[in-house]
Design a protein around this ligand. Structure first.
Ligand code: GLU
Length: 322
C-alpha cells in the first residue's frame, strides 16, 4: 500500500548522545527532502531503551537542531511516553497468532542453532530457530517472556493467491531491494523479556501514528526495512517510501557513531551552526558552499535546498518522480 498523502517526513534520533556529524547529515537530509516536496518535517525522540539513553541528550539534540534552524512542524514525540499504544499493537498481533512468547536466553538460542549445525549466521546475528513457536508445542517456562513476531504466519491470503516469502521493496536511492525475512532474519523481537519495546515495533507504530509518508535515514538501517514492512502489513498500516542515505564514515572507514567516539557538533553560535550545516551538506555530496561574513544558518539551509533539488533529484530512483 503506497501512501498518496502529502509528504510528511521525520528525523528520529535515539538520545544516546548529542548530534554528531553523521546524525546531523540524517537530520538535514530528512529536512531537505521534506522541504523539496513542500512537505512537513517532524522530530521523534526514540528513547525506548533507557540503558542506552543519556540524560539530557534529547533536549541537547533539540537545541542543536533549533540552532541550525531545523524546526519541526509539529510537537516532538517521545517514544518513552507511548507504551500503551505499543501494547495495543502487540495485543492486536497476539490475538491473531502473529506474536508469541519466547523464553529463550541467548545461550538457549546459541545451543539450539549449534544442535541444528548452524555455524555462522548473517551479520553474526543468530536467526532465531523458532524454538518457542506455538506449533513447536514448546512447554511454558518460568521467567519473563519476550514477544516475537511470527514471520512464517500471515493472515490467510486470498484464494488462489500465494504469499511469496521474499519481500520486495523500493529504495529511492538504492533501487529495488528484497529480503526473505523468515529465512534471513527469523522471528524478531517486538517486546523484550525485560519489558522494553523493540525498535521495530515502536518505529512502525509511530511512523503510522504520525502519518509519515517518507522515511529518510542512514543506510545502516536499510536492513530493518523489510521487517518493518512485514509489521506494517500485519498491522494494516501504510508503508512509507524509503530513502537510505550513504553512511558517513570516519577516517578508519567505520560508521561515525558515538560508540566510535564521534564528537558533538558544536552549534552554540550562528557561525558554528553555519559551519556544521555546511559540513553536513558536503558530507551529503552537495557541491561545496562558500560564505561571506553575512551568511547565517538560514543561508546554508536555503543553499542546501537548492543544491538538493538540483543534485539529488537526478540521482534518486523513484517511480513517483523526485
Ligand atoms: N532511532 C534510530 C537511530 O537513531 C533511527 C530510526 C529510524 O530512522 O528509523 O538510529
Amino acid at each position: 500500500m503506497l501512501n498518496n498523502a502529502p509528504y510528511r517526513g521525520r528525523f528520529a534520533p535515539s538520545p544516546t548522545g548529542p548530534l554528531h556529524a553523521g546524525s546531523l547529515v540524517a537530520a538535514l537530509a530528512s529536512w531537505l527532502d521534506a522541504r523539496a516536496h513542500q512537505g512537513e518535517w517532524l522530530v521523534r525522540i526514540e528513547d525506548i531503551d533507557p540503558p542506552r539513553c543519556v540524560a539530557g541528550a534529547d533536549t541537547f539534540i533539540l537545541k542543536q537542531l533549533a540552532d541550525c534552524g531545523l524546526h519541526p512542524d509539529h510537537p516532538t514525540l517521545w517514544q518513552s511516553r507511548r507504551s500503551p499504544v505499543y501494547a495495543q499493537a502487540l495485543e492486536d498481533l497476539q490475538s491473531r497468532g502473529l506474536a508469541y512468547p519466547c523464553f529463550c536466553t541467548r545461550k538457549d538460542i546459541a545451543e539450539a542453532l549449534q544442535a541444528q549445525g548452524v555455524k555462522r549466521s548473517r551479520h553474526h546475528i543468530a536467526v532465531y530457530p523458532g524454538t518457542c513457536r506455538p506449533e513447536n508445542s514448546a512447554p511454558e517456562r518460568a521467567g519473563h517472556a519476550a514477544w516475537r513476531f511470527h514471520t512464517q504466519r500471515q493472515d490467510p491470503p486470498a484464494q488462489g493467491e500465494t504469499v511469496s516469502p521474499r519481500l520486495h521493496w523500493h529504495d529511492r536511492r538504492l533501487g529495488p531491494q528484497q529480503q526473505d525475512v523468515a529465512a534471513e532474519v527469523g522471528d524478531f523481537v517486538l517486546k523484550r523479556a525485560d519489558g522494553l519495546w523493540a525498535y521495530q515495533l515502536a518505529v512502525v507504530v509511530d511512523d503510522a501514528a504520525q502519518g509519515i509518508t517518507d522515511v529518510v535515514r542512514g543506510e545502516d538501517l536499510a536492513d530493518n526495512t523489510a521487517r518493518q514492512i512485514r509489521l506494517q502489513q500485519a498491522l494494516g498500516l501504510n508503508t512509507p517510501r524509503y530513502l537510505h542515505l550513504p553512511l558517513v564514515l570516519d577516517k578508519r572507514g567505520e560508521k561515525l557513531s558515538k560508540q566510535h567516539g564521534a564528537r558533538a557538533v558544536p552549534t552554540d553560535s550562528p557561525s558554528q551552526a553555519l559551519q556544521a550545516l555546511t559540513a553536513a551538506a558536503s558530507l551529503l555530496g552537495l557541491t561545496r558552499m562558500e560564505w561571506d561574513s553575512q551568511a547565517s544558518p538560514a543561508s546554508a539551509l536555503s543553499e542546501s535546498l537548492r543544491r538538493w533539488c538540483q543534485e539529488w533529484a537526478a540521482r534518486l530512483h523513484t517511480s513517483q518522480g523526485f
